[in-house]
Ligand binder design. Sequence first.
Ligand SMILES: [Zn+2]
Length: 306
Amino acid sequence: MQNFKIGYLSNADLLARFGKLVQTERKITHLVLECIAEIDSRKLYLDKAYPSLYEFLVREFGYSSSAALRRIESARLLREVPEVAQKIESGALNLSQLSKVQQAVRTVQKMENRQMDVTEKQELLKSIEHTTQQQTEVILSQALSLPIFTEDKEKNHRDESVTLTITLSKEQMAILKQAQDLIAHAVPEKKWADSITYLAQKEIKRRTQTVLASSVNSDSTPVASVAACQKNRTPLSPRLKKIVLQNHRCCQFKDKTTGKTCGSTRFLQIDHRQAVWAGGSNDIQNLQVLCAQHNLHKYRQENFLS
Ligand SMILES: [Zn+2]
């Protein structure tokens, strides 16, 4: 490699070099998004023992949470509106703007209970070309009659405490105050940090119990496989399901190449390692815990559906 020292470049050469690199960076951004969109559509993160594309980008490739979300949002928009690629390469649009458009589209779809078509998205994208992030937010808010965007802010302190700044709508604030009144017996001083923590703990406890209960009480085999399995099937007893869940409290799906285990603790289900239709028994050795995504993925693979 050529022995290159940037400090020896003339001003003109330095600026020319920078211009070329920025172009290359935009080209690479487009190619990265193209790859993410294809990985997303093939669900390759599942084979690699990740329960979601987001987890795959953050834990396997070291993207920060916000960088991963921006790329996922942008890649999905790129797949739907392919001409976005040329706009990224020319610098007319960037990842933050694409991500804002996706967020705005989702909000409108939810508020108005309708799907936004490609033409509408193309018009929105056209309207925010070559604008700053702030201008993009204003244009989207005006075009779609959305509430103004507000960013949550987290400030971390030396003792690991965090100052959180959020903006709530009038309605959100009223709901929060109502909840605070309802839990006044447990948090009498009504400090927001204590109230929010109490409510969050309640919700976590409720969800954990729901997951355990639904895994223990329900038949977790993917819906489409039920008909095929029904003939020879003896339902698993709740006690057996509970034991399996207590033995393995997270998804056991393994990447065959690296041996990495998924480890997700969300939406857990009990799976027969060897399917019932293939002669698999209800013996505890034939039972494992999988997250819903990996249970469905395994079923698709076994039935050549993917
Ligand atoms: Zn999993």
